[in-house]
Structures are given as C-alpha cells and as structure tokens.
Write a protein that binds this ligand. Structure first.
Ligand code: FE
Length: 230
C-alpha cells in the first residue's frame, strides 16, 4: 500500500534560502526546513542538487533561512521559486540585509532570519540535506508565517519541478472531463473543480474548454505545455 496523499499530511513552512559564492549571492524557495536540536541550535534544509543555491551553500559553507509572512505576495515567491539565479539576479530590487558572514537575508515580507554554518551534509537522492549550526537569529516583524498548506490549498499555487513535494500532486476521482492537468514547466496543477477564478475561469471548467490563449497562472506557459496528471 502506497498512498502518496499521506505525504500531504506533513506540515511545512515556506522559506527563502540564501547563500553566496565569492561576491555573488542567490536565493531560492524551500519548504523542507526544520530545527533539529536546541543545544547547540542546529537547523536543516533540503536543497535540490541542480539548484544554484546548492552550489553556493556547498562552496561557502553558509546559508540563511528567511521566514516569510503569510501575506507574502506571489510575485516574491515566483521570483525566488520559479527562476534560476543562473538567469537573473534574484536579489535585485528586493529588500535585503547582510549577516556577519556577508550572506544576504531578505527583509521584504520577512518575519525572521536564521544564519547557519554547515556542520554536515547528507545525501538524499535528488536533494542534499544540509545541517547547520545557527550563528545569528533575528525577528524582523511579528506575524503569522506562510505555511505550505496555506500556499497550496488557500492560494492554490503550485511548486516548481525541483521541489521535494512536486511529484506527489493530488489526483481526484471523477469523469474524464474533470481530470487535472499539470504544467510541465512549473508544476502548477489545473484543477477543473477550482477553475482559475483570478483569470475569469469559473470552477467546473474542464481543461479542454479553457480558451486557447489561456496561460499557466504561475509561470505563463501556454496550454500545450500541460499534461494530463497521471
Ligand atoms: Fe506553469
């Protein structure tokens, strides 16, 4: 018995993980973050091996976790989660400060940051689990943190293909016309039951009846970039 929906019951937050390499810095979104021990304070983060942030953390030995507030606009998540630092300077135009190790932390829509120095790395298939001892921790603002559940279920937003949760998207029972379609570019799932109200697609609209010029609300990919969810 293997029901991938059981994995959806694990709770996560949504964070920006920043690191640097020489004079360059970069950041990405991650959900796999947690505190492991209190004395010393050790935190861990799981990062996809293909990501530039993985390269930077490995080379510098430092990373910073910024805790996003629940009201974080999607544009900020999109900037850090659906782009590569190989193509754009993600920090340009985004409020940030610098830790003692000269790693940036995000100040826009940020509740707190935690800076860590790597003490161990664990190979985890597509990802590496970095364990770091916390060297700096600061509250920037009071508020409720963004959770993965809120992002996914309330905001109806998807995840990129490098997210650990990517392949375990929900599959609903029902007729063929109510089948979900997944964006092969960013992992957003079109669910006919929800439609795309932000773009005037009412709930109950099958994928086949979406206008030809409809685009992925997350990454802007065209309809032909979607595949039926299997
Ligand atoms: Fe997309």
């Amino acid at each position: 018995m293997f029901d991938p929906k059981a994995l959806h019951k694990i709770g996560y937050g949504l964070y920006i993980i920043t690191s640097k390499e020489g004079e360059k810095s970069n950041g990405q979104i991650a959900n796999a973050v947690m505190q492991i021990s209190a004395q010393p304070v050790i935190i861990t983060v799981g990062i996809h091996k293909q990501n530039l942030t993985h390269e930077y953390i490995t080379s510098s030995g430092h990373f910073v976790i910024t805790v996003l507030e629940q009201e974080t606009p999607f544009s900020l998540i999109q900037r850090f989660g659906f782009n590569s630092g190989r193509d754009i300077d993600k920090l340009a135009g985004v409020g940030h400060g610098w830790t003692g190790e000269q790693v940036p932390y995000i100040t826009d829509h940020s509740l707190a940051y935690l800076a860590a120095t790597i003490i161990q790395k664990v190979d985890a298939g597509t990802h590496t689990l970095f364990l770091g001892e916390v060297t700096e921790a600061l509250i920037l603002k009071e508020g409720a943190p963004m959770t993965y559940d809120y992002y996914h279920r309330v905001l109806k937003r998807g995840v990129p293909s490098t997210a650990p949760t990517f392949q375990f998207t929900e599959k609903k029972k029902g007729g063929q016309s109510m089948e979900k379609y997944i964006c092969t570019v960013c992992g957003y799932v079109y669910d006919p039951e929800d439609g795309d109200p932000n773009n005037n697609i009412s709930p109950g609209t099958p994928f086949s009846e979406l206008p030809a010029d409809w685009k992925c609300p997350v990454c802007g990919a065209s309809k032909d970039k979607f595949e039926k969810e299997s």
